[in-house]
Design a protein around this ligand. Sequence first.
Ligand SMILES: CC(C)(COP(=O)(O)OP(=O)(O)OC[C@H]1O[C@@H](n2cnc3c(N)ncnc32)[C@H](O)[C@@H]1OP(=O)(O)O)[C@@H](O)C(=O)NCCC(=O)NCCS
Length: 171
Amino acid sequence: MELKFGRYKLRAFLRGDEPSIAENINDRQIERYTLNIPYPYTLKDARHWVDFNRKLASGGNKIQLNLAITLNGEVIGGIGLFAMNGHRAELGYWLGVKYWGRGIVTGAVKALTRYAFKELNLRRIYAKVFPVNKASARVLEKAGYKYEGRLVKDAVKHGRAVDGFLYAKTR
Ligand SMILES: CC(C)(COP(=O)(O)OP(=O)(O)OC[C@H]1O[C@@H](n2cnc3c(N)ncnc32)[C@H](O)[C@@H]1OP(=O)(O)O)[C@@H](O)C(=O)NCCC(=O)NCCS
């Protein structure tokens, strides 16, 4: 499966992606706003991630779908649907800091949402954003997601309970 938007592509993670994944994801500015991305992020972490996704794909899993955001064959970010359960799934994403502010993730969210509604038969895609993460909330709004409310103490980050802003798009 491959989805194109502008000069960018969404596609499965492949062997050989490890250096560009590690280079672009290894940043405190990404760790800070996400729950499952460590900092520092090593080549070994990238290897595990690629292997994990290759196994998922070959096992025909329908629980999560993780895709690379690529530019000229390099992985510059990632986007995925997880906790897929019947008609609904949760959305998550990250982008290398040097690519921020060009509309890339908005394009990726629109493309994956369209695909998931059409091809995966989902009816509801939701995302949870830390209140401080204005850029991510804006991405969701630009992609047509609606704010549904504040999830009090939804996550634990650096040992502290933090709220989440819940956004969703339905069809
Ligand atoms: C959130 C993230 C994915 C955004 O990717 P991106 O490709 O830079 O996003 P876009 O360029 O499509 O859109 C960003 C929007 O946020 C706005 N924005 C950026 N920083 C902002 C801030 N501090 N306050 C308000 N708006 C802000 C931009 O102006 C833009 O909106 P506009 O088009 O109306 O001007 C990226 O910043 C990232 O990887 N962050 C770290 C990981 C993360 O937060 N993941 C999501 C967890 S829920």
